[in-house]
Design a binder for this molecule. Structure first.
Ligand SMILES: NC(=O)NCCC[C@H](N)C(=O)O
Length: 413
């Protein structure tokens, strides 16, 4: 399903998009409909490619189409990454950047790298975009004259260009703060090349030409799933398996210097797969409310960072997260929706992304239907839940928030 045609997306409005909160009415979001890159997953490579199984691709696409339709039905404009990538690749500078990122001379050797480069250069934008997302095996490389040791010694199904199955999780490879976009720095090799695509999209797609950058070319690991915009000017950053202390500090330094935030809270989370990002344990569901994994709600801490008034950053704490967040947000209390679940149910639903909700507006969230207990408690607390199926989508370990990068939200009033 293509949510918008090329002509439609190119003719989109001029008003600068911006995102100042987690819950302001969602106007535009970037999703990635899972494609052929998921067909590259096998039991041999799924761990390395960060999936917990081998998804049924057709069903994953149906589930994703339903997710997109749920958002569209609420008036949200859905941009699909494959569409905007093709449009960006109409610019020759984007093509050069994309090809450069895909051709790995260390793996291919000089001759094969040259051959691949010239093959990719000859491809029209849609086919080039396919290779950039889906990768390429040695048997798919264009036929070549003469012998190549590299070609002969690799298995036909080895990857000459790695696939990017985690493109599905658009949350992680870019994040908007105010009217700027930050290209993140993904921690693990399986996801490293994703940001070369978001980088070229925001640099060369006509729609984003006037968008300024936050964070810049920093290399310390920072992933979008760790970044929560608690309120205008208040950012929480999870520090754990993916985002490092250096990534959080570097992001805070640039957000404070650029006036994008007055307070950045670095929040330690366990370095485990189940809690790979802050948004796997905590997401905002209303202006003043979060849904949070009960096992951590009393113990979560934060290191508040603020400008020291002299061009530097002052770091305080650690202090209890909920108190630090409320103080920075200027509210009396940050409500935690009490899911009241027993330990085992809570652990199961956390694993299945029960806490990973996407707010469409204050008090209105998209959530996986399978997390029956968490969703019921959210509704008891007055949060409307739009349920989506995710049995196949969830095999990559990400929920509605992970699968969405908000580009424009209306301000909170
Ligand atoms: N924000 C998120 O929690 N994103 C989910 C990313 C899942 C992906 N398979 C990963 O391991 O990076």
């Amino acid at each position: 399903m293509t949510a918008h045609t090329i002509a439609e997306t190119e003719a989109l409005p001029d008003a600068a998009p911006r995102v100042d909160s987690e819950v302001g009415p969602l106007r535009t979001v970037l999703l990635h409909r899972p494609g052929n890159e998921l067909k590259r997953l096998t039991p041999r490579n799924n761990d390395q490619l960060l999936f917990d199984g081998v998804p049924w691709v057709g069903r994953a696409q149906e589930e994703h189409d339903a997710f997109a339709a749920t958002l569209t039905s609420r008036g949200v404009e859905v941009l699909l990454l494959a569409d905007v990538l093709v449009q960006a690749l109409e610019d020759n500078r984007a093509r050069i950047a994309g090809i450069h990122s895909a051709v790995n001379e260390r793996r291919l050797g000089i001759d094969l790298a040259d051959a691949l480069r010239s093959h990719l250069t000859s491809l029209p934008a849609p086919q080039l975009a396919q290779v950039l997302m889906t990768g390429m095996t040695f048997e798919e490389l264009p036929a070549a004259e003469g012998a190549s040791l590299v070609r002969k010694m690799h298995l036909p199904i080895d990857f000459a260009v790695d696939p990017l199955p985690n493109l599905l999780f658009t949350r992680d490879s870019s994040v908007w703060v105010g009217d700027r976009v930050a290209i993140t720095s993904l921690a693990l090799p399986a996801r490293d090349r994703e940001t070369t695509l978001t980088d070229l999209i925001y640099a060369y797609h006509p729609r984003f030409r006037r968008t300024g950058r936050a964070y810049g070319a920093h290399s310390a690991p920072l992933e979008g799933g760790d970044v929560l915009l608690l309120a205008p000017g208040v950012i929480a950053i999870g520090v754990g398996e993916r985002t490092t202390p250096a990534g959080a500090e570097s992001f805070a330094r640039s957000a404070l210097a650029d006036g994008l935030a007055h307070t950045v809270l670095a929040v330690p989370i366990k370095q485990e797969r189940a809690t790979m990002h802050l948004d796997t344990v905590c997401t905002m569901v209303d202006r003043d409310a979060v849904v949070m994994y009960p096992a951590i709600s009393d113990s979560l801490t934060a290191y508040p960072m603020r400008s020291d008034g002299d061009g530097g950053v002052r770091v305080d704490g650690p202090v209890p997260f909920l108190e630090a967040a409320a103080e920075a947000m200027g509210i009396e209390r940050l409500r935690v929706i009490d899911t009241g679940l027993d330990t085992v149910t809570a652990e199961r639903e956390q694993w299945d992304d029960g806490n990973n909700t996407l707010a469409v507006a204050p008090g209105l969230v998209v959530a996986y239907e399978r997390n029956v207990e968490t969703n019921a408690r959210l509704e008891d607390a007055g949060v409307e839940v739009l349920r989506i199926a995710g049995s196949e989508l969830g095999s990559g370990r990400g929920g509605p928030r992970c699968m969405s990068c908000p580009i424009d939200r209306a301000p909170l009033v």
